[in-house]
Each structure stands twice: as structure tokens, then as C-alpha cells.
Design a protein around this ligand. Structure first.
Ligand SMILES: [Zn+2]
Ligand SMILES: [Zn+2]
Length: 258
């Protein structure tokens, strides 16, 4: 059977404030080989202007011999408000691709509802995600409805979503050629909510980007007990045909290793 997890499009290096000091480009590449991946993307946070040199620094620090692994350099950008993003087109054009977060509600620059409830959070993330999809900046929407440092759980927020809201987001993304991140961690942590959310999205024809969002090399390729296994993902209906790859990007550029 074809291996399902062959790529990992959302990996942090030590350059991200939240990244482990051990997450050097060399260690990430070695970890990707251990995980049997064919391609990875290193995507450090670019939230503030002073973060903008991170991708270029990573590109420079890549080992000369990648051992056949395709390595792409992107970033995890932010949606601050429906008309405000942490990067612009000119900057995006310097990267291989962009993972765009639309649920970093802990950031002070991100719009907040007057009262934070699971429903107001769900509504806000729907709005921000729709804007990210339409921004022309995003290739992948990071951790849909996953809110780091949230007062509410993923299940609570997803539990407030209406099926039509999810279908409409999925259709918009499919039409724009934007993928939605599928992190097997959500299937492990909240199988019912993840099954429902991704099940709805599967009906829309949107592609899923398999991502670990690893902050330490040990997580690259979704390895370890916090991630659902390939068998579990298959049981949820995830097939290789549903998965996004960088070749699906409209403005595809060749890999660093080519
Ligand atoms: Zn994030
Ligand atoms: Zn991340």
C-alpha cells in the first residue's frame, strides 16, 4: 500500500520563538529522512517585520546534500483581520509557498470579538479563514479552528460550527486552489470533532496538506503518540488522492534539491 504520510508542509525551526533549539535545518532534514518523507517545507512564523529574514536564513543554512529529499522554504503567516495580514504579495513571492494561520487569536494584533465564547470564536475564525482563502497569499490554511492558548477546546469551538459554514469554506478553498491543513494530532486529541470537520471538508473537493506543525525534529512526519497513525487516517477516509502537494500550487517553483 502506498505510504500516506510522504510529505510534511508545516515544520518550525529554531528560528521560530516557539521552535526547539535542536530544530536546525540539518536536524529537520535528517528527521524527514528517518520518517521516510519525499518532501518537506520549513515554515517559521513571520508575524512581525523583524521575522521576515527567517526563510532566507533557513535556505542559506540547508545542508548542501539533501539526500534526494525535496526541501521547500515557506513561512507561517498570520491573518490579523479580514483585510490585514502579516505578509504581502511581494514578500510571498520570495517564498516557495505560504501556510496562513487564521486562528492565532492569542496575538494582540488579531481582531477579537467583544465577548469570547466558543460561538463567537468559531464565527471569528470562519471570517478570518474566508479572508485568508481569498487573500491570494495563502497556499495552505494552518490548523483550521485550532487555536493555540485558547480558553476553549478544539471540540468546543468545532461544536459551534454549522455544517453549511464548513462546506462554504471548503468550497471557497477548493475554488481558490488553497489547501487546508490536516494535522493528525487533531484526530488523536479530538477524534469526533476532527472526523466531523474533515468529513464535511472532504465533501467539497478541497485538498488537505498533511502537516505535523512540529516544533522539534522528533515530530517531523507526524511521528509519535500525539499523532493519529496512517491506519487511523485511512480509517477516517483519508486517501493519497485527497492530499495536497507543492506541485498543486498555481505558481509552482522547483524544489531546492532540483
Ligand atoms: Zn500556528
Ligand atoms: Zn506552526
Amino acid at each position: 500500500m502506498e505510504k500516506l504520510i510522504q510529505t510534511d508542509w508545516h515544520v518550525h525551526s529554531a528560528l521560530s520563538d516557539c521552535g526547539s533549539p535542536e530544530a536546525t535545518p540539518e536536524a529537520i532534514v535528517a528527521a524527514a529522512h528517518q520518517a521516510g518523507l519525499r518532501a518537506i517545507g520549513i515554515t517559521d512564523h513571520v508575524t512581525l517585520p523583524r521575522h521576515r529574514d527567517r526563510p532566507a536564513l533557513t535556505r542559506k543554512a540547508l545542508p548542501a546534500d539533501l539526500g534526494g529529499l525535496q526541501v521547500y522554504i515557506g513561512c507561517e503567516a498570520d491573518t490579523f483581520a479580514p483585510d490585514r495580514f502579516s505578509i504581502d504579495r511581494e514578500y510571498a513571492a520570495t517564498l516557495d509557498y505560504v501556510v496562513m494561520a487564521a486562528s492565532h487569536l492569542y496575538l494582540p494584533m488579531v481582531d477579537k470579538p467583544a465577548a469570547m465564547t466558543p460561538r463567537t470564536m468559531a464565527e471569528l475564525i470562519v471570517r478570518l479563514t474566508r479572508a485568508a482563502i481569498g487573500s491570494g497569499l495563502a497556499d495552505i490554511i494552518a490548523h483550521p479552528f485550532g487555536v493555540p492558548e485558547s480558553p476553549f477546546t478544539f471540540q468546543e469551538i468545532v461544536g459551534e460550527l454549522k455544517r453549511d459554514e464548513v462546506l462554504s469554506l471548503g468550497r471557497a478553498a477548493a475554488e481558490a486552489g488553497v489547501a487546508i491543513e490536516l494535522n493528525p494530532r487533531y484526530y488523536r486529541r479530538a477524534p469526533d470533532a476532527a472526523g466531523w470537520l474533515f468529513g464535511c471538508l472532504m465533501e467539497t473537493g478541497v485538498k488537505f496538506a498533511l502537516d505535523s506543525d512540529a516544533h522539534h525534529p522528533s515530530g517531523v512526519g507526524c511521528r509519535g503518540p500525539i499523532y493519529a497513525t496512517e491506519e487511523e487516517l485511512r480509517a477516517e477516509g483519508i486517501t493519497p488522492e485527497l492530499l495536497w502537494s507543492i506541485e498543486d500550487r498555481a505558481s509552482y517553483r522547483p524544489a531546492t534539491s532540483l
